[in-house]
Ligand binder design. Structure first.
Ligand code: S3P
Length: 165
């Protein structure tokens, strides 16, 4: 699953893992585990580019594992062309698309996202979404508009689309 921060990738990942019994991998969590520090600390001490490199390496590792699993990636992962290629090789890619308002509601209390810690998080969400809106579909097999849908309803759609094609 790909999509902007706060688009519901982690919640849907957990629900899909429950339903299917498959393993869930959250690439942010993998990076944090390997690096031994939080995403914010990686951004602060090594910079965003180093984090992006860790995202690429994590996808490469997952691809090598060649196992059935559900993978939820960070909101910026599809920005690198190399990552989009890796994602395609890994399997079916679902883009969870949410409005800036819904994203804001989900992320406003959370301080773990370094890109949204400035004085105007809503403005930042709108700007980043605009910058990325043409990129996400390049990486996706299916786009799911999540506004107004529950986690269960999003997962129903993913399951249906997964089996259709
Ligand atoms: C980022 C999204 C975050 C995390 C990092 C950068 C982004 O993941 O990888 O803070 O560039 O959109 P989530 O989408 O899981 O919040």
């Amino acid at each position: 699953m790909i999509g902007f921060m706060g688009s519901g990738k982690s919640s849907c990942g957990r629900e899909l893992a429950n339903r299917s019994g498959l393993f869930l991998i959250d690439t942010d969590a993998e990076i944090v585990r390997h690096a031994g520090m939080s995403v914010s600390d990686i951004f602060a001490t090594r910079g965003e580019e180093a984090f992006r490199q860790l995202e690429t390496e994590t996808l490469q590792e997952l691809l090598k594992r060649n196992e059935d699993m559900i993978v939820s990636v960070g909101g910026g992962t599809p920005l690198r062309e190399e990552n989009r290629k890796l994602l395609k090789q890994m399997g079916k890619v679902f883009y969870l698309k949410a409005s800036p308002e819904n994203v804001y509601e989900r992320v406003k209390e959370n301080t773990a996202r370094p890109l949204l810690q400035g004085p105007d998080p809503m403005g930042r969400i709108r700007q980043l979404m605009k910058d990325r809106e043409e990129i996400y579909p390049l990486a996706a097999d299916h786009i799911i508009e999540t506004d107004g849908l529950s986690v269960d309803e999003v997962c129903d759609q993913i399951e249906k689309l997964f089996w259709i094609g």
